[in-house]
Design a protein around this ligand. Structure first.
Ligand code: PRX
Length: 654
């Protein structure tokens, strides 16, 4: 189990606990009574949460569960975009800011809900003009600009599904996703700002759409750089969306109408298209955004620092907050452009009250030094949140002291692309939090920690985290692959009918939940899931590589770092020097994206294999983490590990 040793030893010494202040508790959206209400009647509880939304037709039944397939709010009809945009305008909040957008070069825009309604309607009309209709798939690869959220909402408005692909993914990765979902339209930009400079975007996406089902490419002008252009296929956003009518009547769709596909890494090389639908997803994202962040519409200024290309951006930049009429900050750039205080400058500028980020970023801020946030006025902050990976107690304490002024509750939120919304987290006005623990299963959610046989473990014990009840925002499947859906999530504890999340977890003596990392071959790099297989296939696709094995090794900043062991082919084997290693790292970046670049690559003569030829990653992980190598008795050739370990000690990091 990844990092369990380290986390467990932290645990035994962790006695600090922070109850909410009386003042905070008195004004909090959620009280302890929520747990009782959910326990007493789960379906009635979720029906109450669904009433946060505006439905064109009320549901007949809260839940239909034919395991592992759920339908929520059966027979209900709604329009997701109407819920996120129009109804706030109709309720008299058209002048409320929906997005304070900060561009990387320092430009900014303020978009009210009334503006958003006009823009989303225009974009919806333009999509229809371009031949996109109900059920069609639209690929989106864009930087963090308002048009990205507008594009997503426009798809939702007309019942098309979006498939957002993170801007840092390579043309090959985008192409594979376009092909898997048979997308009709791609929305992208001319370029994007990266660390102060415009970089090409369309040039890359052009490579991806070649020979696919894409009929049109809709291009937002962001950087004004020169772009290649294919007449008839490519259209500018300002020429089409910009001139489209701002009148569009949203149609109500079934509660189970598909909303989006989002690809995530699995234990095999091929990414999985996680499918989410409308009514249940919007209900749980809106509910959790309200209770976990203690969001107050019209008062809170909310900032989720994730990229819209990941699920956190979908659920907690776009759908949850907008369903709740939130005023959000959206920031285009990196945290150190043009200086390392950029985030705190933005918090100060907009009076941000809720700040939701990733542990990896907190550890980066720690490295940059506490004197940086100390220069800014952070007194507007009320609630801090983290997501994506386990947060170590030291980073949690730093976040609490240096950013939260020791007054802001911290909510460590556990969830996944597949769960769609937060599942385990403290309630900030109720739960006494411990540094490093996600604490408690949310009201209405069923999760438990079980042993190998599926039996729940007791306090002080660890095991596998499973979800034992269907939940509204749950994935409805893997796009085009029902069998893989059953196999991946429902087969390990088939008898009990549990969803297996792939994570290890443990209860402490008080029953608080501590996440212990992935138990499968999936790494967690800065809160992003990348499979070992994907990186291995990228490496072996390079002409100099004969074999590759990849592991995630614990890393002070990014949670895990990618460490690759490669066997080079014949002639190439003589050249394991810096240049060759750099070429391999660049090759992985080109094949998958810079995020998947190995931190270290070690050239080895042999890989540790069992007699049946299975690579023993556990042993490589020991080497990568500088630990004594574990049991080698099942290795076909046990001397291999001595060679690898001695090489690792000499190995360089770049
Ligand atoms: O291992 C868990 C880790 O991130 C995985 C989900 O990754 P992804 O689908 O990319 O979604 C990330 C954002 C929701 C989980 O299986 N993870 C997520 N949140 C936490 C976490 N690990 C520990 N603590 C968390 N709060």
């Amino acid at each position: 189990m990844a990092e369990s040793g380290a986390t467990l030893s932290n645990l035994s010494t962790e006695s600090r606990a922070f109850p909410p202040s009386e003042e905070f508790a008195a004004q909090a959206n959620a009280t302890a009574e929520l747990y009782d209400r959910a326990d007493a009647d789960r379906e009635a509880f979720w029906a109450e949460q669904a009433d946060r939304l505006s439905w064109s037709r009320k549901w007949d039944k809260v839940l239909e569960w034919n395991a592992p397939f759920a339908k929520w709010f059966v027979g209900g009809q709604l329009n997701v975009a109407y819920n996120c945009v129009d109804r706030h305008v109709e309720e008299g909040n058209g002048d409320r800011v929906a997005l304070y957008w900060e561009g990387e070069p320092g430009d900014s825009r303020e978009i009210t809900y009334a503006d958003l309604k006009r823009e989303v309607s225009r974009a919806a009309n333009a999509l229809i003009e371009l031949g996109v209709g109900k059920g069609d798939r639209v690929a989106i690869q864009m930087p963090m600009i308002p048009e990205t959220a507008i594009s997503m909402l426009a798809c939702a408005r007309i019942g098309a599904m979006h498939s957002v692909v993170f801007g840092g993914f390579s043309p090959g990765a985008l192409k594979a996703r376009i092909e898997d979902a048979e997308c009709k339209l791609l929305i992208t930009t001319d370029g994007q700002y990266r660390r102060g400079k415009p970089a090409p975007m369309k040039e890359n996406t052009d490579e991806a759409v070649e020979g696919t089902s894409i009929e049109h490419v809709l291009v937002v002008k962001r950087t004004d750089i020169d772009v290649p252009w294919t007449d008839g296929r490519d259209v500018w956003w300002h020429d089409t969306v910009g001139t489209a009518s701002e009148e569009h009547t949203p149609e109500a769709f079934d509660s189970e109408h598909p909303l989006f596909i989002l690809y995530t890494s699995g234990t095999t090389g091929k990414p999985k298209g996680i499918l989410h639908t409308s009514g249940g997803y919007l209900t749980q994202t809106a509910y959790t955004h309200n209770v976990v962040f203690d969001h107050k519409p019209g008062e809170s200024v909310y900032w989720c620092t994730a990229d819209v290309g990941w699920v956190t951006g979908h659920s907690y930049i776009v759908y949850g907050p907008m369903a709740n009429g939130a005023t959000s900050v959206m920031y285009e750039g990196t945290p150190n452009t043009p200086h390392e205080g950029r985030h705190w400058e933005i918090v100060q500028k907009y009076g941000v009250s809720i700040y939701y980020t990733a542990p990896t970023l907190i550890r980066t801020f720690m490295k940059w030094g506490e004197q940086i946030p100390a220069e800014y006025d952070l007194s507007s902050l009320k609630v801090l949140g983290t997501v994506g990976e386990p947060i170590n107690p030291e980073a949690w304490m730093w976040f609490r002291e240096k950013i939260g002024g020791e007054r802001c509750p911290i909510v460590d939120t556990w969830w996944q692309t597949e769960t769609g919304a937060i599942m385990i987290a403290p309630l900030p006005g109720v739960t006494e939090t411990k540094p490093g623990s996600a604490m408690k299963v949310l009201p209405g959610i069923g999760a438990t920690v079980v042993d190998e046989s599926g039996t729940p473990v007791g306090n002080g014990e660890g095991g596998y985290l499973v979800l034992d009840q269907p939940w509204p925002a749950m994935l409805r499947g893997i796009w085009g692959d029902e069998e893989r859906y059953r196999d991946t999530y429902w087969s390990k504890f088939a008898e009990q009918g549990y969803y297996f999340a792939g994570d290890g977890a443990k209860y402490d003596e008080d029953g608080a939940i501590w996440l212990l990392g992935r138990v499968d071959d999936v790494m967690n790099i800065s809160g992003h899931r990348i499979s070992t297989t994907e990186v291995e296939s990228a490496l072996v696709s390079h002409p100099t590589v004969a074999e590759a094995a990849v592991v995630g090794a614990s890393d002070e900043t990014t949670g895990q770092g990618i460490v690759a062991f490669v066997i080079l082919r014949g002639n190439a084997a003589k050249d394991g020097g810096d240049e060759a290693i750099k070429a391999l790292r660049d090759h992985v970046a080109k094949e998958i994206g810079p995020i998947a670049k190995p931190r270290n690559i070690m050239v080895v003569e042999e890989l540790p294999k069992t007699r049946s030829g299975k690579i023993m990653r556990r042993l490589l992980k020991d080497v990568a983490e500088n630990r004594e190598v574990g049991d080698v008795s099942t290795l076909a050739d046990s001397s291999v590990m001595d060679l690898i370990s001695s090489g690792m000690k000499e190995g360089k990091e770049d």
